[in-house]
Design a protein around this ligand. Structure first.
Ligand code: URA
Length: 253
């Protein structure tokens, strides 16, 4: 990890401030003064000192956050409530969200100060599975399932790696609309009574931008509800309630 990134995660200052400290010669790695912000460090092996303070043993924390619809994955925003606006009981310095969820997507979001954990979960080469519960307008039959399970073109030259899908419900909107409403489906327009809708679980092994929505769109389906229910072995604790959070042990991963 970059030295400046590590030190800002270690909460000694913003990335900009940290660069100043590094250029000033206030930072040593294994006894040597290092003046290069991009210098590569391994915090579990290298002895990193800022002035006379050892920075290698910062407590790593991770929180499970149940993101509600309507809030954005950002530190602050002038118009919208952000994920960090919900974290009122904890010191959020140095914390960041692992990846992002769209404004209207809800569910599991991890918040941490651990760059290594972030790398472990986000690096596309690690193929960490993420499962989403969805409702769409449209029908998912054998051909759509085949395309999902073999990998599909989602535009802009991007091909997904094979994913997994389990369809739970297929039926008419007029029959299922009460269930959809109760589960929090959004942007359902009128005059769709004769349309078919489907729900289910989709598991992807990467995290391309708007990936689930883009996959569904290519299949002719329109997402009206999306909730991330798990990342790797970590499963959303529904008892938290929307907007709730709790600290979790990193050994969960
Ligand atoms: N895929 C999406 O389309 N949106 C999300 O928020 C997450 C995955």
């Amino acid at each position: 990890m970059r030295l400046d990134k590590y030190l800002s995660l270690a909460q000694i200052g913003t990335r900009k401030k940290v660069k100043e400290y590094i250029y000033r010669g206030d930072v040593r790695v294994n006894g040597d003064v290092i003046c290069i912000p991009a210098f590569d460090v391994n915090p579990s092996k290298d002895k990193i000192m800022y002035q006379e303070k050892e920075m290698s043993n910062i407590e790593k924390v991770c929180y499970m956050f149940y993101k509600p619809q309507g809030c954005i994955t950002a530190k602050q925003d002038e118009n919208c409530r952000t994920v960090f606006d919900y974290l009122t009981d904890i010191d959020t310095t140095g914390l960041f969200a692992v990846g992002r969820l769209d404004k209207n997507t809800e569910g599991l979001l991890l918040i941490t100060n651990d760059g290594e954990l972030n790398h472990l979960l986000m690096n596309p080469e690690h193929h960490v599975e993420k499962t989403y519960y969805f409702w769409v307008f449209g029908r998912i039959d054998a051909e759509e399932i085949r395309r999902i399970e073999t990998g599909m073109d989602i535009g802009d030259g991007e091909i997904t790696i094979p994913a997994k899908i389990k369809v739970l419900t297929t039926g008419k909107y007029s029959v299922l609309r009460e269930q959809m409403r109760q589960e929090g489906c959004y942007a359902v327009k009128r005059n769709l009574h004769r349309e078919e809708v489907s729900s289910g679980y989709l598991t992807i092994f990467e995290g391309k931008k708007h990936q689930v929505k883009r996959m569904m769109k290519r299949l002719g389906c329109h997402v009206v509800y999306l909730k991330r229910v798990s990342i790797g072995r970590v499963v959303l604790d529904e008892t938290l309630g929307k907007g709730g959070y709790k600290r979790i042990d990193e050994r969960c991963f």
